[in-house]
Design a protein around this ligand. Structure first.
Ligand SMILES: [Mg+2]
Length: 88
């Protein structure tokens, strides 16, 4: 599945509710999901981590929809000029 197709599905399912909630409170939901993913990683719970990765991605796409950012374009731009990874 392409990113744009997934983002459109998220928009069709959740945009009205997300718009009513607003960007700030939607961002709080996103942060909560990132926390849940971090906990799953820390405990080594692979099945829960899988679910939380999906949660984080869906909330990320929700935020992108609210900010009118096309993630397909954002990722393409990123790949043209990726940030350098920190070295230890
Ligand atoms: Mg979750």
């Amino acid at each position: 599945m392409e990113i744009s197709a997934l983002q459109q599905i998220v928009k069709e399912r959740y945009f009205k509710t997300d718009s009513e909630r607003g960007i700030y409170h939607t961002a709080l939901w996103f942060h909560e999901e990132v926390g849940e993913l971090s906990s799953a990683i820390a405990t080594g719970d692979q099945q829960n981590a899988k679910e939380e990765f999906a949660d984080v991605l869906m909330w990320l796409l929700t935020l992108a929809n609210l900010m009118e950012v096309k993630m397909e374009d954002a990722v393409a731009d990123y790949l043209k000029n990726p940030r350098k990874l920190p070295t230890k």
